[in-house]
Design a protein around this ligand. Structure first.
Ligand SMILES: NC(=O)c1ccc[n+]([C@@H]2O[C@H](COP(=O)([O-])OP(=O)(O)OC[C@H]3O[C@@H](n4cnc5c(N)ncnc54)[C@H](O)[C@@H]3O)[C@@H](O)[C@H]2O)c1
Length: 248
């Protein structure tokens, strides 16, 4: 099990879904967490579950000011910042020809822009002791799933940015990697209810025959990428998806 003692990590979207699993598991492994989310109720609840190690910041990740506030909160509360997980991402599913300007803005604002803002805000703190950034990609983007144009485009933009940052910031001992998960969260359960056929197709394509568990299958991969155990890994995409997409 990865030891994250002495680590201070910002997790965007850290109040629900995979983000909540990350907040819980990384704290269990010793890290102090700043969970940033627009969901105030869930955010307050998760902070209350472990007030010594988890603080909550209510904010919209698509605003650059939220990123700056999160970094300030980490330093003010825990004295430093050693890790950043860009997990939050909201988007709409519809055909390319029906995508509106607002639909593109939602996905790029909460996905790509937010990832960039948090990376830029975190950099001055991360260079102080070296650090790790974990961004989130998606198999839907790698495969080009129908109905997911704005989501897929923003996710692949995040992967491109991550590779450039991995190369630019290697000299600062800052590692940047991407995790591409497949997990049965509340959000996926809602998607399953709305598009049951798409869900069946998706579940049947998983070589390990199931959607992942956020705490047991996804959070440990993120913990690994934040820990010293992965000190020689940067610029990579790790597929935590039961073997669905096999990168070469
Ligand atoms: N669940 C999966 O199987 C799956 C598959 C591929 C990729 N992903 C990626 O993994 C990450 C987490 O997915 P999830 O299923 O847990 O998502 P989710 O929608 O269940 O949770 C996302 C969290 O982000 C928060 N959030 C949304 N918009 C926000 C905003 N503007 N500002 C602040 N917080 C905001 C939500 O309140 C929520 O707590 C995302 O990047 C997603 O694209 C998930």
């Amino acid at each position: 099990m990865q030891d994250l003692n002495n680590q201070v990590v910002i997790i965007t979207g850290g109040a629900a879904g995979i983000g909540a699993a990350l907040t819980k598991v990384l704290a269990q492994r010793g890290a102090s967490i700043v969970a940033v989310d627009i969901n105030e109720q869930a955010g307050l609840a998760i902070a209350q579950s472990n007030p010594k190690q988890i603080v909550f910041l209510k904010g919209d990740v698509s605003c650059a000011s939220t990123a700056k506030q999160a970094v300030q909160l980490a330093v003010r509360t825990f004295g430093k910042l050693t890790g950043l997980v860009n997990n939050a991402h909201a988007s709409i599913q519809k055909p390319i020809m029906e995508h509106t300007k607002e639909d593109w803005a939602l996905s790029f604002g909460t996905g790509f822009d937010a990832t960039l803002y948090f990376m830029q805000a975190a950099y001055p703190e991360l260079i102080k002791s070296g650090g790790a950034i974990v961004n989130f990609g998606s198999g839907a983007a790698l495969s080009g799933n129908p109905m997911q144009a704005s989501y897929a485009a923003a996710k692949e933009a995040i992967r491109g940015l991550s590779r450039v940052a991995a190369n630019e910031w290697a000299k600062d001992n800052i590692r940047v990697n991407v995790v591409s998960p497949k997990a049965l969260t509340e959000g996926v359960a809602a998607w399953k209810a709305r598009f049951p056929e798409q869900y069946e197709i998706s579940a049947n394509k998983v070589p390990l025959q199931r959607f992942g568990d956020p705490e047991k299958d996804i959070a440990p991969v993120v913990a690994f990428l934040l820990s010293e155990d992965s000190r020689y890994i940067t610029g990579q995409t790790l597929m935590a998806d039961g073997g669905t997409v096999q990168l070469r």
